[in-house]
Design a binder for this molecule. Sequence first.
Ligand code: NOJ
Length: 501
Amino acid sequence: MFYHVYPRSFASSRGAAVGDLAGIQSRLGYLQDLGVGAIWLSPFYPSPMKDFGYDVADYCGVDPVFGTLDDADRLIAAVHERGMRIIIDWVPGHTSDEHPWFVDARSSRTSKHRDWYVWRDGSGDGPPNNWRAAFKGVPAWTRDPASGQYFLHSFLPGQPDLNWENPDVREAMHGVLRFWLDRGVDGFRADVVHNIGKDPLLLDLDSEQAGVPRFLFNDEAHTHEYLREIRSLLDSYDGDRMMVGEVVLFSTEQMAAYYGRGDELNLVFNFKSLYAPWRARAWAECIRESEAALSPQYAWPAWVLSNHDLPRHRTRYGGEAQARAAALMLLTLRGTPFVYMGEELGLPEADVPDEARVDPGGRDGCRVCIPWDASLGAGWSEEPWLPLAPEAGLRNVEAQAQDPASMLNLYRRLIRIRANSSALREGSIEVLRHCGKLLVYRRCMQDDSLIVAVNFSAAEVLWEDAPALAVEVASDARGEGEAFGGSLRPYQALLMSPRLA
Ligand code: NOJ
C-alpha cells in the first residue's frame, strides 16, 4: 500500500508555514504505525512554484523551502531503516520555463537546447494548431517574442513541453532517473507520462474535442518505445525499482496498454475509478473492466480515490459514512491501493476563501495542511501556506489515534488485515452481485475466501440469498464478530468470511 505525501502540506520540522523533507522524516513513525509499505512524494525540486513544484527548474536538487539534498538522503535512509520504501515524482513531460535548458532554448533558434522543446511557426496570425492547455482553456502554444516562434505547453506557459523525439532529451531524463536511483529511491511516480510522445503532425483536434485540454487525448505509439527504454533502465538496478504512471486516459483498455507486455510501467493509476461516482454500478464496471483489460501475466491494478488534483473523495461521495465504506472497498480490491495523505483522517475538501487560493488549477481545497494535534497551529505556524484542514480540532492525528472508532483506526485495522491476508493481497476478485445500491465481490486464494459487500445508498439494503457469513470488519464498526443478518445499514461496507454450518 502506497501513501501519497504532498510535501508542502504534510509536516514541518520547524512549525513553519510550509512543510519540508525533515518534517516528513519526523513523522515516519506515524506512517509506519499506519502500515504504509511505500511513500510517494510529490515534487520537492527547485521550482518557481507556478504549478507548486510540477514546474521543475532542476531535477537533481531540492528547493530550499523543502530543505537540502542531504535532507533527501537522510529521508531515503530513514524510510529504509523503518522497512518502508520511497518513490518520488518525476516530471518527464515538461520543465519550468526557468530551467536552464529552456532558458538556453529560447535564447536563439540555433541554441544547443532549442530542439529540446517543441517549437513551431504560427499559422496565420495565431498558434500552429487548435490545441488547448490544461487550466483555464488557454491555447497550448505561447509565442516567444525573441524568435517569433511558438512553444508547446500542455499545462501552464511556464511549463514548456520537452521534445522526447530528441535522443538528447531522453538521455538527459534517463540521467535524472539514474541520479535518484543511485541515491537509493525505490522508484518514481511519472507525471502525465502518456503525454511525452507527441503527434508528429501536430494535427488539429476535431471541433467537438477542440475546447478540451489536448493531453487528455494524447496516445502515441512511440511513447511505448520510450517507456520500454525507461523500464530497461529501472530493471538494470537491483532491488525491485518501479514506476507508477499517471496516464490520464479514461478508457481502461487505453490505460492498460501502458503496462506493455510487462516491459513498460509497473503500475498505472486507474483513473476511471478516480473519477467514478459513488454508485454500485460504476464501481462494478471499474472492477470488471480492470479485470478484463489488465493481462494477469503483465499487469497489476493500482487503485486511487483521491490525490492532490481533485476534490477529496469524502466530499465527492457525500460524507463520512461513504468515506468509511470507500476505505473498506479500496483496501480490499485486487491491486495496490494508494492512499492520499489525510484521507485516513477522513478529511473533507476544505473551503478555501478566494483570497487564500493560490493554485492556477483551483485545487487548493485538497492540499490544505495535515492537522497533527489540537494546538492552535496543529503542528504548523499560525498561518500555514493554506488554511488548516476543516475541523482540525476534531480530525487531527492525535485525537484520532486515541479513538478506537476513528477513521484513522479503521484504516489501520484494514491495512493490517490486508497485510495478513493472502486472499486480499494476491487473491482473485469476482463481482458476485451489483444492483443500484449493493456491490458484492469475493476475494479468493485457494481455500481462503473473503466477501466484501458495500451499500452505496442512504437506505438499508437487503442481500437476498446471502450465504452464511461472519462479519470481520464493518465500516461503521457495528456487528463485528457476529453472523451477517442479511442486510446492510445505510452506506455500510462489510468484510466477511464464510461461516461453516
Ligand atoms: C499532473 C499533476 O498531478 C498535477 O498536479 C500537475 O499540475 C500536472 N500533472 C502538470 O505537471
